[in-house]
Design a binder for this molecule. Structure first.
Ligand code: SAM
Length: 216
């Protein structure tokens, strides 16, 4: 059973895709997709031994050894040409790390049909990388799960230009103007206004103190 966050990521994986889940940890996402017969082949890439063992454990538990291959590798180096991977998933990391992984694995004009990312932070950095590497954003979603807002961004080959505002908030999110997305940014706006008000108040207290000091 997947968390709402992971289910949102999984929903974007096309049927019968050949998937590389990079930074897979327990390999819950590809295991779930295979068990639900949504896909038939996946790589679970991990850079660290502990998480790779978690993936191996999950694979053995469900006897998915033929269809789900664990690989110890840095980023997209987990993918081999004979895997014929068409869909890359990178979820649950910062946007900067996701971008580094995409950049390090970017070779010539090879492109994946679908890249699905779920950055915990700095989503704008990933959107910008897509824009600069001939990927267009085909879908986006903001969701709230277990006390946190999460963003999912899907990219496919194509050329697009995004403004700074679109990079920050998401071109599709802006168009769709959905309730969770609006709520997330209204809360952020309220938080920043609160900080501003405190700063202004602190500044006034200080200047009053300064004025009183000068008058003595
Ligand atoms: N993808 C899962 C999810 O969304 O729940 C697991 C996320 S977990 C917080 C991040 C995983 O990414 C860790 O297991 C870490 O070892 C792995 N990781 C970090 N950098 C990586 C890299 N360069 N290549 C492959 N895996 C990496």
């Amino acid at each position: 059973h997947l968390s709402d966050r992971m289910a949102a990521v999984a929903a974007y994986v096309p049927d019968d895709a050949r998937v590389a889940d990079i930074g897979s940890d327990h390999a819950y996402l590809p295991a779930n997709l295979i068990l639900n017969k949504r896909i038939q082949f996946a790589i679970a890439g991990e850079v660290a031994k502990g998480p790779l063992e978690n993936a191996e454990h999950e694979i053995n538990k469900h006897r998915l050894n033929e269809q789900l291959i664990p690989r110890l590798a840095d980023g997209l180096a987990a993918i081999q040409p004979e895997d014929e991977i068409d869909t890359v998933v990178i979820a649950g990391m910062g946007g900067r790390l996701i971008t580094q992984i995409l950049e390090a694995g970017h070779q010539g004009d090879t492109q994946y049909d679908t890249i699905i990312v779920q950055p915990n932070l700095d989503v704008d950095v990933v959107r910008k990388w897509f824009m600069q590497h001939q990927y267009a954003i085909s879908d986006e979603r903001m969701l709230f799960d277990d006390g946190h807002y999460y963003e999912v961004v899907v990219a496919q080959p194509g050329s697009a230009h995004y403004t700074e505002t679109e990079l920050q908030f998401g071109p599709i999110n802006i168009q769709e103007n959905g309730p969770i997305w609006r709520e997330r940014w209204s809360r952020e706006l309220a938080r920043q206004r609160g900080i501003m008000e405190k700063l202004v108040a602190a500044d006034q207290t200080q200047s009053e103190a300064y004025t009183n000091y000068q008058q003595t």
